[in-house]
Write a new protein. Structure first.
Length: 131
């Protein structure tokens, strides 16, 4: 999958395989936050929202862990759930494992969350910044 993404023009990008039921099938979402919060705090807050949600509490697979993404400091975690809670939305959908990756580049904080699936892993492996 290819596409242009300018955080000045858009705050959310979603890649999905089934346009009729995009959230019930494997998908990737990229959210850009213009925030001064530390990414470790953003990741921890979002993780807690997901595992403590009153309607769709997730099961923790991996707690927020410091790592790298695109050679940038990142924090990632995994939950098993029937949906996901992000800073922009919460939804019921794909029933399975979601991985969330938080990182910062320039003055923006990024959240990439996706359903653990071979095709989504392959798409994510091609992600790169062009500038």
């Amino acid at each position: 999958a290819t596409g242009q993404f300018d955080p000045n023009d858009s705050s959310t990008l979603r890649i999905y395989l089934n346009k009729n039921e995009p959230l019930l099938e494997p998908h990737i979402t990229v959210i850009v936050e213009n925030s001064t919060k530390d990414i470790s705090k953003l990741a921890e807050e979002n993780y807690l929202l997901n595992i403590n949600h009153k309607g769709i509490p997730g099961q923790s697979i991996m707690v927020p862990t410091k790592t790298t993404f695109q050679n940038l400091e990142a924090y990632e975690y995994e939950i098993n759930n029937k949906g996901f809670v992000s800073p922009r939305e919460e939804y019921l959908g794909y029933d399975g494992i979601y991985r969330a990756i938080w990182f910062a580049k320039n003055r923006y904080q990024y959240l990439i969350y996706y359903t653990k699936d071979a095709e989504m892993d392959q798409i994510l492996s091609t992600f790169k910044f062009t500038n």
